[in-house]
Design a protein around this ligand. Structure first.
Ligand code: HEM
Ligand SMILES: [Cu+2]
Length: 560
């Protein structure tokens, strides 16, 4: 009887919190994989960092390029995909009254398909049959099993996209005339982008690379393959960004006890990012030959256009900080600064992540500029750039999310001890990344190439001049691995050992006097059509050109 009462009470509490045990299990599995990936990928990163500083020679059976391919793949594909899906599925479940059974099933099938795909991709890497880096540019060719693994990962993510679409469509059918709750609206944007971006890479892998590595065709069109890769890869970058931004807009204001900034502006930012995203791919191919300058210019324009919603975001977020702290009595020009909860990791981590996005975004503008790109292209600068954007802005936001999401899906609470570990972790990660990414940027300007195992080029003076910076890189990397260990410890502690209890899913309310968001923001069909038109504008002409005036195709090469 008492037990009945207890479970009855618990059910009610769960309803209020929107916590569904079956859905929580799904998210927990996704998040667990993400953080195991962080642990493994982080250690591989450390090996690279130590190697680049000349401190560690890697064995022939696990050489630098195997490590590098695995590091890139594990952190770029596994960590981010599993975290994003675990996080947004928790949001969909919480917002939309629990996942539909078939949606949950799709996400589970997707989970295992991705894991199988990942194992298939890793085996050839370990056997030294796939040192093609995570970009797998032809004409470098790996063992076909590597690409079969990648294709399965694509299918697994697609299943999760479809699941999300079914869930949102079902809710909309039952809630005619209502706005999709804001985090689910973000999720919709992210899954729409993923769904379409993956088509490019699916065509690249299934139609071009697999037949070529299986020997069914002799040659491959390298330009088409690279272009398809970056139409996907560039979009993926913005998918990470949009995921982080969702927490900045919706969660952080709640954590600091404030209100959300304009709902309309938030939704417009999402729409803008969805429409303008895919079309920036050529900024990764800015010095590739055979692409008309006008087309390159258009892609650069579209890349920079994304700066606009980013500036709107920056404005909105700082306005929220200021308003909230003034309400709490913060005075003067910067007095509000003191009222922020600096000791709360759920605020501190995403806040520093946001700050990091300022230099990170500036570096991105440098790289999108043709002349400046010539200076930094394929140097360590680029590696510094994406450790700042992805490794800092995005991943540290994910860390910040983990301190409430993991307790929420585990039905446990964040203890002061774990919060303290989180705060320490945040500072270690920040300092480590400043060292590592700073050193990478600078040594890149001095000419040190990316994706190159340690060498002094026969004690050439220029190469010797890189050494002090590469040493700083290794120092940063060592701090980061301490950060990785703390973070992974915190996540698994919160998942399995923290005290039981209910944790809130933090979603900020709108301001009391907020104007009503017009219903046109819900017209996803229209946004997708506009997106496809913009994509066609950017890609139809160059791809036709590459195919009609194709350069000689290339046979596969094993360059390692
Ligand atoms: C312990 C923390 C980390 C360390 C010490 C580390 C170190 C490194 C180093 C030294 C490289 C370089 C090399 C080269 O071009 O030769 C590299 C590449 C890379 N890192 Fe990290 N990293 C860490 C964390 C991360 C994280 C969290 C992410 C993303 C979520 C990430 C993503 C990448 C990617 C995508 C590459 C490029 C691989 C390629 O060029 O093929 N890293 N990392
Ligand atoms: Cu890009």
């Amino acid at each position: 009887m008492e037990a009945d009462l207890k479970t009855g009470f618990k059910d009610k509490a769960n309803k209020i919190l929107g916590y569904h045990p079956e859905d929580a299990k799904l998210s927990k599995s996704y998040i667990a994989v993400a953080f195991i990936a962080l642990l493994v990928g982080g250690f591989l990163g450390l090996l690279q960092g130590l190697n680049r500083a000349g401190l560690l020679e890697l064995p022939t059976w696990f050489n630098y390029y195997q490590v590098l391919t695995a590091h890139g793949l594990i952190l770029i594909l596994v960590l981010t995909a599993f975290f994003t899906i675990g996080y947004f599925y928790a949001a969909l479940s919480h917002n939309l009254g629990g996942l539909l059974p078939k949606v949950r099933k799709l996400a589970w099938i997707g989970f295992f398909v991705k894991l199988v795909g990942f194992v298939l991709a890793v085996i050839p890497i370990l056997m030294n049959e796939a040192s093609v880096m995570y970009t797998f540019y032809p004409p470098m060719a790996a063992h076909p099993v590597f690409y079969i693994g990648l294709a399965l990962i694509v299918v697994g993510v697609w299943l999760c996209c479809i699941g999300a679409f079914i869930q949102v469509a079902n809710w909309r059918k039952n809630h005619k005339g209502q706005h999709v709750p804001i985090l689910s609206y973000f999720a919709t944007g992210v899954f729409v982008l993923l769904f379409f971006a993956l088509m490019f890479v699916a065509v690249e892998v299934l139609v071009m690379i697999l037949p070529w590595t299986l020997g069914w065709v002799d040659t491959i069109n390298v330009m088409v393959a690279r272009t398809l890769f970056w139409a996907f890869g560039h979009t993926l970058v913005n998918i990470w960004y949009l995921t982080a931004v969702s927490a900045w807009y919706v969660v952080v204001p709640k954590v600091i006890g404030g209100k959300r900034w304009s709902d309309l502006l938030t939704r417009v930012v999402i729409i803008a990012l969805v429409i303008m995203n895919i079309t920036g791919g050529f900024h990764h191919q800015i010095i590739d030959p055979g692409i008309n300058e006008l087309v390159k210019f258009m892609h650069v324009f579209m890349s920079l256009a994304i700066g606009f919603p980013s500036l709107m975001t920056a404005f909105a977020l700082f306005a929220v900080f200021e308003r909230t702290s003034r309400r709490k009595g913060g005075k003067g020009l910067i007095g509000w600064w003191k009222k922020m909860p600096w000791g709360d990791v759920r605020f501190l981590a995403p806040f520093i992540a946001m700050l990091a996005f300022i230099p990170a975004g500036a570096g991105g503008i440098v790289q999108s500029t043709n002349q400046l790109n010539q200076v930094v292209h394929n140097t360590m600068w680029v590696v510094g750039h994406f450790h700042l954007t992805l490794g800092m802005s995005v991943v540290m936001t994910f860390f910040g999310i983990s301190y409430w999401l993991v307790p929420y899906i585990s039905n446990r609470v964040l203890t002061p001890q774990i919060n303290r570990i989180g705060v320490i972790q945040t500072w270690i990660w920040t300092i480590g990344m400043i060292f590592m990414s700073g050193a990478m940027h600078y040594v890149g300007l001095l000419g040190s190439p990316r994706r190159t195992s340690y060498t002094t080029y026969g004690d050439h003076a220029t190469a010797l001049g890189w050494d002090p910076y590469l040493m700083l890189l290794a120092v940063g990397g060592t701090l980061l691995i301490v950060g990785v260990i703390l973070q992974v410890y915190a996540v698994f502690n919160m998942m399995f050992f923290a005290p039981k209890g209910d944790t809130e899913f933090p979603i900020a309310e709108e301001e009391d006097n907020a104007t009503k968001t017009p219903y046109w923001t819900e017209r996803w069909g229209l946004w997708i059509v506009i997106m496809l038109i913009v994509v066609a504008m950017a890609y139809v002409i160059p791809l036709t050109e590459f195919i009609v005036n194709a350069p000689p195709g290339s046979p596969p090469f094993k360059t390692w």
